[in-house]
Design a binder for this molecule. Sequence first.
Ligand SMILES: [Zn+2]
Length: 228
Amino acid sequence: MIKILHSLLDIIFPKICNGCDHTLSAHEKIMCTSCRHQVPMAGFHKTNADTLKKIFYGRTDIEEATALLTFQKKGITQKLLHNLKYKKQEEVSAFLGIWLGAELAEIAAYKKADMVIPVPLHKDKKRKRGYNQVSGFGKALAAALEIPYVDDVLIKVSKTDTQVFKGRLKRIQDPQVFMVSKAHLIENMHILLVDDIVTTGATLENCAEKLCQHENVKISIATMAISL
Ligand SMILES: [Zn+2]
């Protein structure tokens, strides 16, 4: 009965590829096979390229840094992340986490991580969106690496304001204020810090700095995508 109901639901609301909007076939999930093959990969964990790590040189010490995908304007990655953040397609997050997790679980340097911590969302923003878009990604990575997912240690305490200036909308970003609570949980830990997309690295740097203020903390980074 439930199976029939599911099939009916699929007919009434066919599942759509998050990359190209085509209808997914029964064995496809989140993305169609064509988009999966076409989506540009970053995969620095495979090539040992220091492309992402280099962003943090001279700013904060990072052990390992990788991203799964490359972000291009109007590309598949942009569509995926847009659907994840603004179209309630929360399951995109775990999909990317399972994909990257399977690869990182094969690499000794990433297996040294002790816990996964996501870049937090301000609670107002989380309430508005209904979820932290990084959460499924982080949980899937933690499961693949068989380490805990810890989302109550690093907390965001500021919020983004929208203000009207001279008749046009201008987004004013408050300085992002991250705080660490329960610091004893991260002492002597190698933390895999995860986020959706890295551009300038400012947010991740900010988080890494806060975490590194505590006893013998090491940081590695994994993101869904990098904007080059
Ligand atoms: Zn597609």
